[in-house]
Design a protein around this ligand. Structure first.
Ligand code: PMP
Length: 395
């Protein structure tokens, strides 16, 4: 029982439960891979952002273990106080080269990278133009900055242009967008956004969390995908998804990166990534630079899975990437669907409000290079069975 001061939390939780919006968190008893063990049962895993199967890759495991033997575990303190380990410097240099950027800085997560970057670039008296569907970490970073925030309609360059033209040009301007939108899998029209930024002297920032390791040559990300090198001032990325580890990064000019070392608050006031994280990320870059095999397999799997889901009659939105939103509408149906998939041996979470708008609940399926063709076929058979049973598809 909560004491009186916290009774309101019980009320709120009951409300969430009633609306089918209470999230249950499954406990995974195995490595994060194409199949996972939950409650002692093996299930197909279709909800991790483990795009390339690197989360349990033997080379990354080895690299992390070797680095622990050489460098221990923790970074000691924040880098500006305790010094920076050579491993972190090496990772930033390798990432900059991989991303074909001048420089790179790493953070503890992608969320932290956004929290560090936006308030370092704009403040009171400045204006941020932000896509209405941008990730929560961008929304929070915008609030932290104290700049005025102007939201533009999702991926709507005409709305963005109109709004940029309307706002008086005093102070700095920042245009910020997700590269790949994580709930729908669509890609921001970055070349057109870049032209608007250049025409109006705005800083352009893209959060490429779901494009890192997925888009561009060998997974170099959205800037590479569109050939916009040198024209996007800030490219945020994450090491927590395709890279299979945890961490965040900003790639850009030396000037921007050095500024973030001086003024990025999560860099200045929070400890760096751990040794095994950094070593595993270094190995991930190496794996990606050696071959495009994993990226190619991811796309091949995604193309096959999406085509088959459409053939079965599912509404899978307009994804342009390996993210597959299986649109179901109301949250209780999505929860029920996810529960039935689970019983049939497939782990794919229902996503509902506030992560997506009300009435747009879905199962978000994440494809991965770790899945074999047999995994995909088994998953499709389960989706077909549950879809028919719940009247989501015909037949
Ligand atoms: N930005 C976007 C667009 C994301 O989807 C996510 C992850 N959900 C993040 C940032 C945060 O990344 P991380 O998990 O590394 O904190």
């Amino acid at each position: 029982m909560a004491d009186e001061t916290l009774r309101w939390i019980e009320t709120e939780m009951a409300r969430l439960q009633e609306a089918g919006l209470l999230t249950t968190i499954r406990t995974i008893e195995s490595p994060m891979d194409a199949r996972v063990i939950i409650d002692g049962r093996e299930l197909l895993n279709f909800c991790a952002n483990n795009y390339l199967g690197l989360a349990n890759h033997p080379r990354l495991r080895r690299a992390a273990k070797d680095a622990i033997d050489r460098y221990g575990i923790g970074p000691g303190a924040v880098r500006t106080i305790a010094g920076t380990m050579s491993l972190h410097v090496a990772l930033e240099e390798r990432l900059a080269a991989f991303k074909r950027a001048e420089a790179c800085i790493t953070f503890q997560s992608g969320f932290m990278a956004n929290l560090a970057t936006i308030p370092a670039l704009v403040g009171r008296g400045d204006v941020i133009f932000s896509d209405e569907l941008n990730h929560a970490s961008i929304i929070d970073a915008c609030r932290l900055s104290r700049a005025e925030v102007v939201r533009y309609a999702h991926c709507d360059v005409d709305d963005l242009r109109r709004k940029v033209e309307q706002v008086p040009a005093s102070g700095r301007r920042l245009i910020v967008t997700d590269g790949v939108f994580s709930m729908d899998g669509d890609i921001a029209p970055l070349p057109a956004i870049c032209e608007i930024a250049e025409a109006h002297g705005a800083i352009l920032m893209v959060d490429d969390a779901h494009g890192e390791g997925v888009l561009g040559e060998g997974g170099r990300g959205i800037v590479d995908h569109f050939g916009l090198h040198g024209r996007v001032q800030v490219e945020v990325g994450t090491l927590s998804k395709a890279f299979g580890v945890v961490g965040g990064l900003v790639a850009g000019s030396r000037l921007v990166v050095e500024w973030l070392r001086q003024r990025g608050r999560p860099f200045l006031f929070s400890s760096a990534m751990t040794v095994p994280d950094v070593a595993a990320c270094l190995e991930a870059v190496q794996v990606l630079e050696e071959s495009t095999e994993l990226v190619d397999r991811l796309w091949e799997n995604a193309r096959f899975f999406k085509a088959e889901m459409q053939r079965l009659g599912f509404d899978i939105g307009h994804s342009q990437t390996p993210i597959v939103p299986v649109m179901l509408g109301e949250a209780p149906l999505a929860q029920h669907f996810s529960r039935r998939l689970f019983e049939e041996g497939l782990f794919a979470t229902a996503i509902s409000y506030p992560t997506v708008p009300m009435g747009k609940a879905r199962i978000r399926v994440m494809n991965s290079a770790a899945h074999s063709r047999a995994d995909l076929e088994e998953a499709l058979a389960i989706f077909a069975r549950v879809g028919r049973e719940l009247g989501v598809i015909g037949g």
